[in-house]
Design a protein around this ligand. Sequence first.
Ligand code: PLP
Length: 377
Amino acid sequence: MKPFDVYPLFEIELVKSRDCWIWDKDGKKYLDFYGGHAVISIGHTHPHYVKKIKQQLENIAFYSNSVKIRQQEELSQKLGELSGYNDYDLFLCNSGAEANENALKLSSFHNGRKKIIAFEKSFHGRTSLAVAATNDASIQAPVNNLHEIAFLPLNNEAALAKALTNDVCAVIIEGIQGVAGIQTPSDDFLKLIRKKCDETGTLLILDEVQSGYGRTGMFFAHQYANIRPDMITIAKGMGNGFPVAGLLIAPHIKAKYGMLGTTFGGGYLACAAAIAVLDVIKEEKLIGNAANMGSYLVEKIKKMDGVKEVRGKGLMIGVEMHFNTSALRNDLVFKHQIFTGSASNKNTVRLLPPLTITKAEADHFLKGFTPALKPYL
Ligand code: PLP
């Protein structure tokens, strides 16, 4: 047997990681400005994280959700406190797609409706309804096209006002669109969605899978707009690489046995990882660091030749060039030993480093990025 060939791969075998750095089997060291797709929040192999998971592994690694798992309560309490959503409930699952699938399903249970509003260039995952709400026909199989989804242009208030009627089940929107190449909904647009959802009995789901957990300089990106969604989905940075995801649910949405469920979601190890992440984010003040380091990088990158636009907030940065950046990203890896991310907008490089980066590491990136651009100018 061999792995199913669904990804284009870099021919690199990684064997070690520490904080913002990763090493391949030949001992070559790379700066990680990608975080394995925005997943590494507190830095690779953080000692507190390793200790917490190891300790939990030695006590009990798994039991199903048929018993009380104290760690789920500790995680809910710490997440509520740090995110400002103390009064919400938490449902735990395993991936971003699953979190969105459950949020959409729960919305439909709640108001009995079927229609979903999503946005152009959105990405919400690859399960049935999540991929249907993803604006990319190339990753949807015929079986995914059974849902009623309307894709609206981002930040178009007139289109929203027209489409958001009394029969819409939910609006799902990313805090900042990631896969699209870092596109931000305006504060006014988010406020309008909130208002229209309230008027029509529609639920508002904020997909913070990529933009959440402090990455943008706030715990959640939508908090810049000062709105409160009905549900917030989380994954990626939540477990710093351990598969864990979740769904924050507003108090007016009531739970009923059987509505949602999972075998692995909220297991002891996932909770240990997620608790360790929150401890470190708080202790090391990583949200502030993301804001500061993000501003520093954006300021410097904006002044570089060949850069068309720099978008984003905190350490969720899109650098759009005047050319297709796939060769540039290859050069960054193989000539300058820096990992960055791609986007569906091929001219955009995504920067999604761990929230722990220092000024020295930001400078190391800038020192590699400047000469890497030269051949393309
Ligand atoms: N939502 C957003 C905004 C994402 O960026 C992603 C993954 O990139 C997902 C959902 C899906 O997450 P997962 O790959 O964990 O299913």
